[in-house]
Design a protein around this ligand. Structure first.
Ligand code: TRP
Ligand code: ZN
Length: 482
């Protein structure tokens, strides 16, 4: 066939345009020739406490974060390569990011338009790229950003995000602080694998979750590469930069244990840290297999943060932990890190079980029994301020009912079953069913009822979700279930 002349090619345009218009009408999409494709993913996944946290329309599978940290850790410049799968056809999608300046964004290698409003970045890729963002397809977004990361103030006044320390910084993310140091889908429902590379001045150490892949020094700068293969919620991601002493050992079972300790805390934390393998072995006996490929701890100074956090693999402690706090944060590796709340309303599943783990540890090591802890918690007015499964607002998420009352709910289940083999079987079954996933309160109560064969409506209505303190009953164990 002859090559068409320019004039002929020109004449064919209206016909092609007509065809495209017809296609658009017929299929709702004409990706190459115009018309709209897909719909915006939207801001937020309707968390009851943080409606704009997380984003719809996609699921991140992997974050590659390349962070360059200046000498005082007050400035950060980063590249985030976010690999995600579209969960529907997308014309645009959002990332959460607080503070920091965005230099450039590409989606599938092409510049994308960016709109910024509060903590929402809306990315609108070029039309030809949007054609790739179909349900089920994986796409790659690259964000280059920099600036002085924010400290995020919680509703309850506590601080998270990028916390500066005397000689570095520590990133802590519960519940919404991780958006202060990398862009992403920051609702705990969207768990992903991570590769984090942190470049610091030579002489500083950078620690993160997972396992260290490499460490290279060139021209006075050291790059640490850490990898997390198991799914991780972003609030559990951390980076700690400082003059940490890093020690590597393994448990008797061969699990790598990496501790990073601020030298001023070395002496006072040595005893507790030496017990990590013992606590993990005890946890495995009670809760089933440890869910991750490494463990450890990061110990900073008391001024670094106002609380400890169960950062994945390697909880962070602002100063030497006592054994109860160590047990609490290591228990979170099962409860919270492996099985992660479906929404922040389900946080009692984290804190109730981590608190109950402290009671169990005490019971198993010659201290007060769980029953004694239960009675003490019952007597504490602070535990009854609101239902464990329904904190009134975000400022209440870390208040006593979520911890102490949550633990009482767990103990009530144990009392009602009156059979430790059955009780621990259900706990292990629950963990194994949702390993590396998310779970809600409704799923938990349904699971316990299904496995026990009991109708526990009364227990949930009074101990978990009711207002005020239920009757302890004549035997002092708690009122009998229906
Ligand atoms: N989850 C932490 C613990 O129990 C405590 C914590 C740290 C926290 N930051 C928070 C709880 C923010 C609620 C909100 O060890
Ligand atoms: Zn906790």
């Amino acid at each position: 066939m002859d090559q068409p002349t320019a004039a002929a090619a020109h004449r064919s345009v209206p016909a092609a345009a007509l065809l495209a218009a017809l296609l658009t009408l017929a299929t709702g999409c004409a990706p190459e020739l115009g018309g709209s494709f897909g719909s915006p993913g939207g801001a937020g996944v309707r968390d009851p406490y943080f409606p704009r946290l997380g984003n719809g329309g996609y699921d991140v599978t992997h974050y590659a974060l390349d962070l360059d940290v200046g000498p005082s850790a007050e400035r950060l410049s980063g590249t985030a390569v976010i690999t995600a799968r579209a969960t529907r056809d997308l014309s645009a999608f959002n990332l959460d990011l607080a503070g920091l300046d965005v230099q450039s964004v590409t989606v599938e290698g092409r510049p994308a338009a960016v709109n910024r409003a509060g903590t929402e970045l809306t990315l609108r890729p070029a039309r030809a790229v949007a054609a790739h963002l179909r349900e089920g397809r994986t796409f790659r977004t690259v964000v280059r950003y920099s600036g002085s990361p924010l400290i995020v103030k919680d509703a309850d006044g506590s601080e998270e995000g990028w916390l500066r320390t005397d000689d570095g910084a520590v990133a802590l993310g519960e519940p919404t602080g991780s958006m202060a140091w990398f862009p992403g889908n920051h609702h705990p429902r969207d768990k992903a694998a991570y590769d984090v590379r942190i470049t610091v001045p030579e002489g500083r150490t950078a620690v993160s979750n997972g396992e260290q892949v490499s460490r290279r020094t060139a021209a006075g700068r050291t790059t640490f590469h850490w990898r997390t293969r198991e799914p991780m919620a972003s609030y559990l991601a951390t980076v700690a930069v400082g003059r940490y002493t890093v020690r590597r050992t393994t448990t008797g079972g061969g699990l790598p244990v990496v501790t990073a300790v601020e030298p001023s805390a070395a002496r006072a934390s040595a005893g507790a840290l030496a017990r990590i393998p013992e606590v993990l072995a005890w946890g495995e006996k009670r809760f089933g297999p440890y869910p991750f490929s490494s463990a450890g701890a990061i110990v900073g100074r008391p001024g670094d943060a106002g609380y400890a956090l169960e950062t994945q693999n390697r909880p962070f402690f602002p100063g030497p932990p006592d054994i109860d706090l160590l047990v609490h944060e290591l228990a979170h590796q099962w409860f919270g890190d492996s099985v992660t709340p479906a929404s922040w309303r389900d946080m009692w599943l984290n804190e109730g079980f981590a608190t109950y783990a402290e009671w169990l540890w005490s019971e198993d090591h010659g201290g007060a029994s769980a029953q004694e802890h239960f009675r003490e918690a019952y007597a504490d007015e602070a535990n009854w301020a609101f239902p464990a499964s329904d904190p009134p607002g975000p400022e209440d998420l870390s208040r006593p009912p979520v911890y102490g009352r949550g633990a009482m709910v767990v103990h009530r289940i144990r009392q009602v079953l009156d059979d430790d083999a059955a009780f621990f079987g259900i706990v292990r079954g629950w963990l194994s069913e949702h390993r590396h996933g998310n779970a809600s309160t409704a799923e938990f109560t349904a699971y316990v009822e299904e496995k026990s064969g009991l109708d526990l409506t009364e227990l949930w209505d009074t101990w978990l979700a009711g207002d005020g303190r239920p009757d302890m009953g004549p035997d002092g164990r708690g009122a009998a279930p229906r």
